[in-house]
Write a protein that binds this ligand. Sequence first.
Ligand SMILES: [Zn+2]
Length: 271
Amino acid sequence: MPELPEVETTRRGVDPHVVGRRIVSLAMHEPRLRWRVPDSLPGEVAGQRVRKTGRRAKYLLLELDSGTLLLHLGMSGSLRVLPADTPRVTHDHFDLLLDSGLTLRFNDPRRFGSLHYTTGSPNEHPLLARLAPEPLDDAFDTDYLWRSTRMRRVAIKQLLMNSTLVVGVGNIYASEALFRARIRPTRPARSLKRTEVAKLARAVRTVLNMAIRVGGTTLRDYVGADGNPGYFRQKLYVYERVKKPCRVCKTPIKQLTQGQRSTYYCPTCQK
Ligand SMILES: [Zn+2]
């Protein structure tokens, strides 16, 4: 599933191809995405120029002259920039044709992705209005994580993945950040010391920034905007490394299940 780094990588990949370009047309081949795309949308965006790209949580934002497109990649979606006459393949659901002769093409086998348009502030759109802080923004700092964990008995890993605390920290990045902070994923959130909270806030940023730099992680079903797979997987310390030796201390990595998700940790490095 595309996680925050994949979406940010996609944004950076498409940005130079779309900013400043005028939308010739939006061709909807399949409007039945996670939510049905209204028939009026192509008429609303045609002729507008793309002013800039942005991202909020896992939503990719395309700011136009008089509104903003909100695109979510869902479980299996991907965007590619292609010459407009490139033949379509199965699960290509829309084309945003640009005046450069290129098209921004969305493919999504499982159709959990979505496309919305708003003429108001995107941050006030119902899908974005109540989202928690971005993990890479200043609001997600030691003080915030300290305050948010004091009353919580829930395991710290599950809290990190809870999008009411912070957005976009999926299973891979929660596991890796906890390893870097040397914190056992099963610890009750409120048991963390202030120094551990500080390390964890820093570790979350570090793993996400590293993943963004190398273009995301999920090799199996993610292809970057320019067609390159992500390489962060090769740098993972614990995720999907069960029984393999810890890269720091050689202890075999352990696996357990938390909230129906697999968790990986080093029983020696993480206390
Ligand atoms: Zn270890």
